[in-house]
Write a protein that binds this ligand. Structure first.
Ligand code: ADP
Ligand code: MG
Ligand code: ZN
Length: 481
């Protein structure tokens, strides 16, 4: 039988600081193993942690962007567990499961997603806490041993824990996309899923109907792409449905997703909170954040994705869908925003960006920042179409040339002689030549066969090298007829 699904996400993101959470080691991507380490992040005896203020500021920024209440007081908690890539044998975090140890920096927020039919849905954020990352074991370095890279030890993380408010895998993907977008807009994280800056655990349960009590949840760890999140949740729904159908019980457990076989695999049964031996971190004071500090971060918040989408809708007359496409990637949206400032018709510009340009970007490495031409160049090209200097069709030729050479549209048009012919007598000469060469069709056209208009316009455009103004061609055809 079909079941109703309940999903909640736990999303880890690496905060975009220059240095680690509790020591001064640099944070770098793809660097030589064990380069950025010190006695502190290697867990040597006698070292003491010192919190990174920039990490705290980014966490507050993220919390504000997710409509959270920012706490003036947080507590560092020590969560003990053994893991070969955790030199300290514990992780410093802000949650501790029992109320006395449970003081994350941000609580009770929400975000909004737009469903496929255009309606909006609010998803609750339970809390956001700060913590430090572990190191990394490298298994593919040699066939018979595992290696340890401590560069990632002590990297500042935020964990965003949502309410169990999603009802299908598509909604879960929309939530992860929205969080990635907010991380990019706030600059709180580079949110690069390939580099592991953003990782998602999916919690999922099923139940008999929308009003039935929640079922037992299973947690699927480390889903590091949108499609893995979707597929893992789908696989788990299918599995749990079969189990309930055959009268078996779901056991709370932690799983991983095997993408090759498209199935979820149990890695451990749910551990209890006391297994982690939580207690307040003795080496750190409580964290007090002055309200004035939170307020100053609030006053300097950048424009967030929802606000920008609404601005694009109202300022440029774009549909919600187009505005959403244009704001989903921050770099594309910044690029369009710059271009729109010098463009006479931002709505047409938006069409070029969402169609021609985005199609091109799918094949360009490095994204929009790797384009050879500037946003102002595309704006100028649209202006030239708007003022009839070139036709829309020639626009495509100019655009292709901008892409390959990076030259500006005025230069390209001059060099290639692409200026639209708007001189009536010049166009009329071409029109008459085409009529001359196609007498029988011309007689039929005159006799009322209106479909032949397309044929004549086509021939004339071709003869003019695409440069005749189509409006004038049509007018002349009517006049001569
Ligand atoms: P823990 O602290 O043990 O990980 P939480 O209660 O904090 O457990 O929940 C962790 C995540 O699981 C949250 O994202 C929450 O939304 C989600 N969740 C909780 N209950 C369910 C459920 N019955 N089905 C699906 N997801 C759930
Ligand atoms: Mg959890
Ligand atoms: Zn260090």
């Amino acid at each position: 039988m079909p079941y109703s699904t309940v999903i909640g996400l736990e999303i880890h993101c690496q905060l975009a600081t220059k240095t680690k959470m509790f020591c001064g080691c640099k944070i770098e991507v793809n660097t030589e193993p064990n380069k950025n380490v010190c006695p502190g992040c290697l867990g040597f005896p006698g070292t003491l942690p010192s919190p990174n203020k920039e990490a705290l500021n980014l966490a507050i920024k993220l919390g504000l962007a997710l409509n959270c209440e920012i706490e003036n007081r947080a507590l560092w908690t020590r969560k003990g567990y053994f893991y070969p890539d955790l030199p300290n044998g514990y992780q410093i975090t802000q949650i501790g499961t029992i109320p006395a140890f449970d003081h994350p920096i941000c609580k009770k927020g929400y975000l909004e997603i737009i469903l496929e039919d255009g309606t909006k849905k609010k998803i609750g954020i339970h809390h956001i806490h700060m913590e430090e990352d572990a190191g990394k074991l490298v298994h593919d370095f040699s066939p018979d041993s595992s290696h340890f890279d401590a560069n990632r030890c002590g990297t500042p993380l935020c964990e965003i824990v949502t309410q169990p408010d999603m009802r299908n895998p598509e909604e879960a993907v929309l939530v992860l996309q929205k969080i990635k977008q907010i991380l990019e807009y706030t600059g709180a994280s580079n949110a690069n899923m390939e580099n592991g800056n953003l990782r998602c655990d999916g919690n999922i349960s099923i139940r008999k109907g929308e009003d039935a009590p929640f079922g037992t949840r299973v947690e699927i760890k480390n889903l590091n792409s949108f499609s893995y999140l979707q597929k893992a949740l789908e696989a788990e729904i299918a599995l749990q449905s079969v189990m309930l159908d055959s009268g078996r019980e779901i056991e709370q457990c932690t799983k991983r997703f095997d993408a090759n076989h498209n199935k979820t695999i149990t890695i451990r049964r749910k551990e209890d909170a006391h297994d982690y031996k939580y207690f307040p971190e003795p080496d750190l004071l409580r964290l007090y954040v002055e309200q004035s500090h939170i307020d100053s971060i609030k006053q300097n918040m950048p424009e967030l994705p929802d606000a920008r989408r609404l601005r694009f809708e109202s300022d440029f007359g774009l549909s919600q869908y187009d505005a959403q496409v244009l704001t989903s990637d921050k770099e594309v949206s910044d690029w369009f925003d710059t271009a729109s400032k010098t463009c006479k018709n931002p709505k047409i510009l938006a069409n070029w960006v969402t169609s021609e340009l985005m199609r091109e970007l799918k094949e360009t490495e490095g994204g929009i920042c790797a384009l050879k031409f500037k946003p102002e160049d595309l704006a100028q090209m649209v202006n030239l179409i708007e003022n009839s200097t070139i036709s829309g069709k020639i626009g495509k030729t100019v655009f292709a040339e901008m892409l390959s050479t990076g030259k500006d549209p005025d230069t390209i048009i001059k060099e290639k002689g692409l200026v639209q012919i708007t001189d009536t007598s010049a166009i009329e000469a071409i029109v008459r030549n085409v009529i001359e060469a196609n007498q029988s069709q011309w007689q039929e056209f005159k006799g009322g066969k209106a479909q032949l208009r397309g044929f004549f316009v086509g021939q004339i455009m071709k003869n003019s090298g695409g440069k005749a103004n189509p409006g004038m061609v049509n007018r002349l055809l009517d006049e001569i007829k």
